[in-house]
Design a protein around this ligand. Sequence first.
Ligand code: TRP
Length: 335
Amino acid sequence: MAKEVVLSGIRPTGFLHLGNYFGAMRNYVRMQDEYNCYFFVANWHSLTTHPDTSELRNSVHRVIAENIACGLDPEKVALYVQSDVPEIAELYLYLNTMAYKGELEKTTTFKEKVRLSPDNVNAGLLTYPVLMAADILIHRALKVPVGKDQEQHLEMARNFAERFNHRYGDIFPSPQAFNFGGELVKILSLDGNGKMSKSENQMNTIFLADDDEQIRKKIMKAKTDGGPLTPNSVKPDYIQNLFTLMSQVSTADTIAKFEADFNASSEGNCIIRYGDLKKQLAADMVEFVKPIRSKAADIQENKELLHKIIRQGAEKARISAGATLKLVRDAMGMN
Ligand code: TRP
């Protein structure tokens, strides 16, 4: 039986961090054997908010290198750059005729971007969800691993697909949000305010490119408090977050020890020492990130290898994209 198609896009703005790693990338890595996976770097999308392209090529290379370092295998998945697949642009053009100005203007991310940059409300920004729909539909993808913030875009992609099918013939399946194997691990900012993100204070975000000292420093500065006031108390978010990180990188014994210390603590009898917890977590995190960082750096420096991977990804993507576009053109009488 043919494997189902999974697709996701990564914007090349900013460095990848632990929130991306535990929340998304590790999820992708687990999918690559069971699904026919397409993962790409959305460099066209970045133009809608970042018109200066002087750093773009570099960022695209970094994202590709970091994804491979995290375990994506370019032999198993199609790992490509959006701008290498011109079929996406053509489908975007067709889908633009099925997207209405009113619905595009109502999109949450559009309104947010207008608020943040009122001087750059370009048409590409307005039709961002149409380009994203083209990314997905060009491979007739069924499953799209994305976070909550992208669900509205995905719903729009379903609407455009349905309108197309209704007007020109049944070509597109209805793409759905997808997680592999249950709950995603959610990593909070180290100050406990919201999720870990690339735009917040850099001290509260651990990047895969951070060196050992930066990782240690950030973890040692993470928010804690005076300790639990009753045995078996509920952990505040920022404490839970440290335990969550520990659950991803530390040994079972280490985790069990700090859990037990936390649960046995009470007012005036605080057994858990957050300083020790953070020291241990920092040491384990340093060991965890080190090989990823060094592998990513090696790949990024090896331009020949990078170019080979990118070319190979584009070839795979264009086979599938070309087949879809042929169906689309036939259905629309554009042949
Ligand atoms: N909009 C997504 C984001 O901001 C990136 C993206 C572009 C994407 N095209 C996509 C995600 C297609 C999934 C499918 O993160």
